[in-house]
Design a protein around this ligand. Structure first.
Ligand code: NDP
Length: 355
């Protein structure tokens, strides 16, 4: 087992990197686990850099107005990391999720954050120092932990959905939307929140048409996103409807061929021809690896024990971002709570006389 660390951060979204920037600048020499580059993590949406790595342009992160970002990004990011995000286009654009994450990662490492491309798979918080067990690199002891593992996309849980996952069923339009199977074909997006509209709008770049499947008569998405959906001629809303079954061909090259839907008002079924079904029905916090050793709220999110603090039920363990926040869930609020967690960890160490 390694020496005792001051602060280990688990997670590489905006909360994790912001915590790392603050912890590193406070001389805590943080060690950050960014997640492993495994196929399972890719499929489950748990690849390094979190949910933002799976999005396109980020228009609401303060400080990044649309503009000619190429020169700035070229000068800021280590050239060896350029493969992590698609080439920056020449024309003015808002910063993309992958670019924003890479910029945050760079800022954290500039101040001495050490990064491990590995998962923490279990913990032992029953004694001090706290123990974290990684998938590939053994166990780590630490005085403080910042949990910033975010949340992963939900699936409906239908056997047919599972059968065609990665063969037309996806929860990430940005990752998979450009695949040949989806080009110039009708697609179905399930959900009516901001994510669903974002996914549907993105998919219209490739698809002939996108059905937005709403289980109610209206969308949950914000006004501006709703207007975007209404204004897009390729998006057709299918209201009061849920997925009954994903239809497809056993030949993996064909995969999904349609979605049988049920109208909740008439209880009748019909089939939408489509080569893909994209889920955008919310997220589940990534807290399973904690094995019940940190108190969760009823909905599975980590319980912050005091208002305006990131402290959890375990002394020395702090939580930031979407793994704890079931309300705001924005990149910028995650970054804010990441900063708070690092400050809380620093003060904890200082009160304990450790740092
Ligand atoms: P939301 O919880 O906002 O929306 C989930 C949607 O999925 C709802 O329309 C819900 O329907 C529907 N849904 C849930 N379960 C089922 C089911 N079993 N079958 C069918 N439909 C289902 O999640 P999002 O991921 O869209 O957004 C999460 C947060 O992230 C929000 O705060 C959002 O504002 C933010 N966000 C912001 C973006 C932006 O600003 N550009 C982009 C993406 C996300 P119902 O409404 O009936 O409950």
């Amino acid at each position: 087992m390694s020496d005792v660390e001051n602060c280990i951060i688990i997670g590489s979204g905006p909360a994790g990197w912001s915590a790392a920037i603050y912890a590193a600048r406070a001389n805590l020499r943080p060690l950050l686990f960014e997640g492993a580059m495994t196929e399972e993590n890719r499929v489950m949406g748990r690849f390094p850099m979190g949910q933002l790595a799976q999005t396109t342009e980020v228009e609401n992160y303060a400080g990044f107005p649309s503009g000619k970002l190429k020169e700035f990004i070229d000068s800021a990011i280590d050239p060896s990391r350029k493969y992590m995000f698609p080439p920056v286009e020449e024309h003015p654009h808002a910063v993309t999720g992958p670019e924003l994450m890479e910029l945050m990662r760079q800022q954290a490492t500039n101040f001495g954050t050490r990064v491990m491309t590995d998962d923490i798979v279990s913990v032992d918080f029953s004694k001090k120092p706290l123990v974290l067990n990684s998938s590939e690199n053994g166990s780590f002891q630490t005085h403080t932990v910042i949990i910033a593992t975010g949340a992963s996309a939900n699936y409906l849980g239908l056997p047919s959905e599972e059968k065609y996952r990665n063969r037309g069923v996806s929860a990430c339009a940005v990752c998979d939307g450009a695949l040949p199977r989806f080009r110039n074909k009708p697609l179905v997006v399930v959900g009516g929140g901001d994510s669903a509209v974002e996914e549907a709008s993105y998919l219209t770049k490739y698809a002939s048409k996108v059905y937005l499947l709403l289980r109610r008569g209206e969308m949950r998405a914000s006004k501006i996103m709703q207007e975007r959906a209404f204004a897009n001629p390729k998006i057709e809303m299918v209201k009061f409807s849920v997925v009954d079954e994903v239809l497809g061909d056993d030949d993996p090259r064909i995969g999904v061929t349609g979605v049988r839907i049920r109208n909740l008002q008439s209880d009748s079924t019909s089939t939408l021809e489509a080569t893909g079904m994209f889920l955008a029905i919310g997220h589940t916090p990534n807290a399973k690896f904690l094995g019940g050793q940190v108190d969760l709220r009823e909905n599975g999110y980590i319980d912050w024990k005091q208002p305006y603090r990131t402290i959890t039920s375990v002394d020395g363990v702090f939580a930031a971002g979407d793994v704890a926040d079931d309300y705001y869930r924005q990149a910028i609020t995650s970054a804010g709570t990441g900063c708070m967690a690092a400050l809380d960890a620093e003060r904890y160490l200082s009160h304990a006389g450790i740092h």
